[in-house]
Design a protein around this ligand. Structure first.
Ligand SMILES: [Zn+2]
Length: 870
């Protein structure tokens, strides 16, 4: 007899085409009804609160008096909460963000009772291949989702094991028809039967056991009060089936009895049975860029810096850091980061990013100041401190500002060596801007702001102090010279008249031509999906006349390119072939002379509507697959999705263009060499060209509707609603950052993940002067002039983050291996008493070998490991 589990729940998009403020009012209303039912009706056993604790946070902000009521229901097992903080996206949200989403979600749940131990993401637009590993890291063995599967992954059933390369494994219960088939179940028998007959046909066919699930809920749906009446009708209509109110855990208990389920691997990003929106990754590029930039700042700069400060004796501000994470995790909900919301909601999202970034920047500044202020030296001079937050020594060009009253100065290190530097700029600064008290007491003498550039070795995971010493005269001659062609240790680069670059890669004796060619085409889509015009002639920057200027000094090269691409102002003009509007692009390119990195900043000013702009990076490598990163690993994807040939015949919901997400890099390579794009902004790419040899990265897409029907790539009903969203046209200015790097060997062998990490972890500096508007009392802590917390000795692993454990003293070091199995070792500067391997929830799993003050960690391919150091 079929057992039909009717699971009461609500799917709570905190915001979408409606604001968080609107949904919060509904929440306060709905929660009362849910609690009332659970408290007063013994036959109503469970209610699932959408797997996310932000709902509780929103609720208690206005109803703190109901905490005990909620706690009682949770502890009685009736109200089911967690494990997530929000319903996260898995495609363009970083590994640490997903880990913290579970970490804080579980922590917040445990204040009230035990969380649901299911990786419940019923609506996320595609499933990351690394999810089983992340879930297992929190002792979660089950997963429920809807979008992204098809038979070609190896099974057409709704239950299977899903595993990652490192051996992690979860048991999956798929919702083949989504999370809302049981929404507002009608009491009318014929209507009820009509609906369920259709569902049972699919559920019966795809289930591996007698257990079926009808999730009784929908987006923002209030509790269905007449569910008992409906269930009586169901008993009458289907006497051969057993219906009962249930919870997802009960289903897994039943599934555990079946030992013959298939095991499959990989990501799920097929739009066959449900939409996954391959191309949503570039909607509202301002939102996407802000997320990339802030995620990188928190994990690459703030947390390691706070950890160094903590090791030196300062407080680790868990509370402030949790506030920052929660601010951005609200934006990581699938609709929010997808940016398929109303303009009003996108403004709210941007304001959260603004708050998160301001908190991050100010906390970074605070820690740099604390460490630098406390340096234990007799020198009275001003100081400049350079921080390297990677676990190896780096020889870097540092461009920074020095503010001083001195009309000339030199830089000395702790051994009294003079450090040569080059002056880039010198301006006068009003003293009131530094501290209004200076002017208040009648001193109007100006300060000078010097922009200086130097190159030096900065210690691993630590810092180096320089002293700003008065001197009679300094040789400020700049070595910047105008050039036609750039020569660095790695490249010879020239700029073509149309603003593209020709890059000769000296190491591989390979020339890449027309790098940064622009491609522009119409976008007749919506906030969910890109939709090309049929038979459109695309516009390229090939024939443009761009202005450019190249200057190079002893340290690096700057290339500035200004170009204006004439484009049609909207789809009507585009169809008519009239280019009456424009996009201007300013490329600001910085190339260190001693490194293989080409750093690119694009300042874009868009004046046109309904179009997409991409930059092409040719690699000369005809490729079958690309390599890019997802959370804690790499992923190989075919450059051409073979389902493109059959999607129409098989009635896919969505055309499977090979438009894909990345987190920090994408590369093409052969056995000999490769080329990659690293990114601190856009996370969308497609491999294009007749031979699939060119990386196209999306700079932005511009559309004006939340959801449309009948798109070229997505036939049928609109996604979301047909609401105008003029802000998504992305009119005006925005800035993107990415980089290009060439290397020997394949993308995996060359360890491009580490190159991306280094690109995303710039050297940070702090300039200590005797003035600061915000006073701090001197601290008791004394810090050394130079410092290194630890150094890696032999490692191909990538640092994910370094932090203080949430509950205990010590350090959390998280690393991952984006390549073949390996053993990493780290040398700790302070005596390591004990080190343990921990799970992602920072709980000890086993102790680690720390002979000779060395920490040894073995990592399988694409494996992430957390080390607790005491
Ligand atoms: Zn949703």
């Amino acid at each position: 007899m079929k057992k039909v589990h009717i699971v009461p729940h609500m799917h709570w998009d905190r915001e979408w085409y409606f604001s968080t403020e609107e949904s919060r009012i509904l929440l306060v209303n709905n929660m009362e009804e849910i609690m009332d039912m659970l408290e007063n009706n013994p036959n109503y056993p469970y209610y699932v609160l959408d797997g996310q604790t932000s709902i509780l946070e929103d609720y208690f902000a206005v109803k703190p008096e109901n905490k005990d009521r909620v706690r009682n229901l949770i502890q009685a097992g009736k109200l089911i909460i967690g494990p997530w903080y929000t319903q996260t996206d898995e495609m363009i949200v970083g590994g640490e963000s997903i880990v913290r989403n579970l970490l804080y979600g579980i922590k917040d749940s445990e204040e009230f009772g035990a969380p649901m131990r299911i990786g419940y993401l019923p609506d996320s637009f595609g499933q990351s291949s690394q999810m089983p590993q992340i879930l297992n890291g929190f002792d979660i063995k089950y997963s429920i989702f809807w979008r992204g599967t098809s038979e070609r992954h190896g099974t057409d059933q709704t239950e299977f094991y899903w595993e990652t390369a490192d051996g992690s494994k979860v048991l999956v219960q798929l919702f083949p028809l989504g999370y809302a088939i049981g929404k507002y179940l009608p009491e009318d028998e014929s209507e009820l039967q009509k609906r369920l007959d259709k569902y049972f046909t699919v559920l019966d066919k795809k289930a591996t056991t007698e257990n079926l699930i009808i999730p009784n809920g929908h987006d923002q749906m209030p509790i269905q009060k007449n569910i008992f009446e409906v269930m009586e009708k169901l008993h009458d209509l289907y006497p051969d089936r057993e219906f009962f109110l249930s919870k997802y855990e009960n289903v897994f208990d039943e599934l555990e009895k079946n030992h013959t389920l298939p095991t499959i691997q990989g990501e799920f990003l097929d739009g066959k049975y449900m939409r996954v929106h391959r191309s949503i990754y570039s909607t509202r590029m301002d939102i996407k860029s802000a997320n990339a930039r802030i995620e990188n700042k928190i994990t690459n700069i703030l947390e390691p810096l706070a950890t160094i400060a903590y090791r030196l004796g300062f407080e680790y501000h868990h509370g402030l850091i949790e506030l920052i994470w929660k601010e951005i995790m609200k934006n990581h909900a699938h609709d929010s980061i997808g940016s398929c919301c109303s303009d009003k909601v996108h403004r709210e999202i941007m304001s959260r990013f603004y708050l998160a970034e301001e908190k991050t920047d100010q906390l970074i500044e605070f820690y740099k100041r604390k460490i630098t202020d406390a340096t234990d030296v007799n020198y009275k001079e001003d100081r400049l401190t350079a921080f390297n937050l990677l676990p190896y020594e780096r020889n870097e060009v540092v461009t920074t500002e020095v503010i001083t009253k001195l009309s000339s100065f030199e830089l000395k290190d702790f051994q009294d060596n003079t450090i040569p530097f080059e002056l880039i700029d010198k301006t006068e600064l009003d003293p009131g801007l530094i501290d209004r008290q200076i002017v208040h007491y009648g001193n109007y003498d100006p300060f000078y702001k010097y922009t200086v550039q130097l190159k030096d070795h900065i210690p691993a995971m630590g810092y180096k102090t320089y002293y700003i010493v008065d001197c009679d005269q300094t040789n400020y001659d700049t070595t910047f010279e105008e050039k036609d062609v750039v020569e660095t240790d790695f490249y010879r680069i020239s700029v073509n008249s149309n603003g593209t670059l020709n890059i000769f890669d000296k190491e591989n004796q390979e020339e890449y031509q027309n790098v940064l060619l622009l491609e522009n085409g119409g976008d007749d889509g919506d906030e969910y999906d890109y939709s090309p015009l049929l038979n459109e002639k695309l516009i390229y920057s090939t024939q443009l006349n761009a202005e450019n200027k190249i200057v190079q000094n002893q340290f690096e090269t700057h290339i500035r390119i200004h170009l204006t691409l004439p484009v049609p102002s909207d789809l009507e003009y585009r169809k008519a072939g009239k280019r009456d509007s424009k996009v201007t692009v300013d490329w600001n390119i910085t190339i260190p002379n001693h490194k293989a990195l080409i750093k690119i900043e694009a300042e874009i000013d868009n004046q046109a509507r309904d179009h997409r702009l991409r930059a092409f990076i040719p690699t000369n490598i005809a490729s079958k697959f690309s390599v890019s990163d997802n959370q804690f690993g790499y992923i190989r994807r075919d450059v051409y999705d073979s389902a493109m040939d059959i999607w129409e015949k098989e009635n896919w919901n969505e055309r499977p263009d090979s438009i894909y997400p990345m987190l920090s890099y994408v590369g093409l390579s052969d056995d000999r060499h490769g080329l990659s794009v690293l990114t601190n902004s856009t996370r969308e790419y497609e491999i294009v060209g007749e031979n699939y040899d060119t990386i196209a990265i999306t700079l932005f897409r511009s559309i004006g509707v939340l959801g449309k029907e009948e798109l070229v790539r997505r036939p049928g009903r609109p996604s979301g609603i047909k609401l105008p969203t003029p802000d998504s046209q992305m009119l005006g200015k925005q800035t993107l950052e990415f980089a290009i790097v060439a290397y020997k060997g394949s993308t995996i062998e060359a360890n491009v993940a580490r190159m991306a990490k280094e690109y995303l972890t710039p050297i940070e500096t702090y300039n200590k002067i005797p003035y600061n508007a915000m006073k701090l009392n001197p601290s008791e802590v004394k810090t050394p002039e130079n410092y290194s917390l630890f150094i890696e000795e032999n490692s191909n692993a990538v640092l994910s983050t370094l932090k203080k454990p949430e509950k205990d003293d010590g350090l959390v070091l998280r690393i991952f291996n984006p390549g073949e199995e390996e053993e990493s070792s780290f040398h700790m500067s302070n005596h390591v008493c004990k080190a343990f391997e921990a799970n992602l929830n920072e709980e000890v799993v086993s102790s680690l070998d720390t002979r000779d003050e060395k920490l040894r960690v073995k990592l399988r391919e694409n494996q992430v490991k957390t080390v607790l150091i005491k």
